[in-house]
Design a protein around this ligand. Sequence first.
Ligand code: ADP
Ligand code: MG
Length: 238
Amino acid sequence: MADVLVLDGVRKSYGIGTPVETEVLHGIDLAVRAGEFVALMGPSGSGKSTLLNIIGLLDRPTSGRLRIEGTDTTDLGDADRTRLRGHTIGFVFQYHYLISAFTALENVMMPMVVDRGRADAEMARRAGELLAWVGLDRWRNNRVNHLSGGQQQRVAVARALAAGPALVLADEPTGNLDTASADGVFALMRRINRERGTTFLLVTHNLALAERCDRIVEVVDGRIGSERAGRDDGAVPV
Ligand code: ADP
Ligand code: MG
């Protein structure tokens, strides 16, 4: 299968031109195939979030190349990067960044509304479908601050899928959840991966979850350390 993502010698420095200039990524080479579910592990401060932000086109590498679905992003301007991000990439973070006063349905609709500049019935229908997909049909009209942490993270997963992304980047999405909720959110992402073919790159400190991914990639001090296969997750109960 084709690669969704190819990084070639990606380096990142912060504080360029200041006395505290520091290189935090020292030449990352990484390829992720379409449909793969990859876990990114590594100590705190090793550069995982920096790497995810670069892959998600939220930040630019200092040098090196990044290709997303065959498009070399190196020479793209901001408008093209924003467009590519919006159509190709979904994000789930440790904190959900939902709008607490809005309902689950409104939160999932939000990226579509922002993209098109207005809400319509088709967006509501699509958001409802996504919420049913993540098991929250009954809660679609509840304000998200009335939902549990695990339910809120499921809403965030549904929102990440709103634009039909090829690639979902999840930065410690289960870090704030209890074991059972973390397991449920992981199983949900794994099911989306299996049933829709969506590619996932998941940062996690949870070894038990990482081992249920297709591949575990370790980041150590801004470099790719060891890589190994996960074991098959089998049929996923949700
Ligand atoms: P991880 O997600 O693996 O914990 P990060 O990517 O957040 O690691 O951080 C990697 C290193 O880069 C850390 O030393 C961190 O302090 C530094 N860093 C992260 N973001 C910035 C920034 N905006 N400016 C300066 N240094 C940063
Ligand atoms: Mg981080």
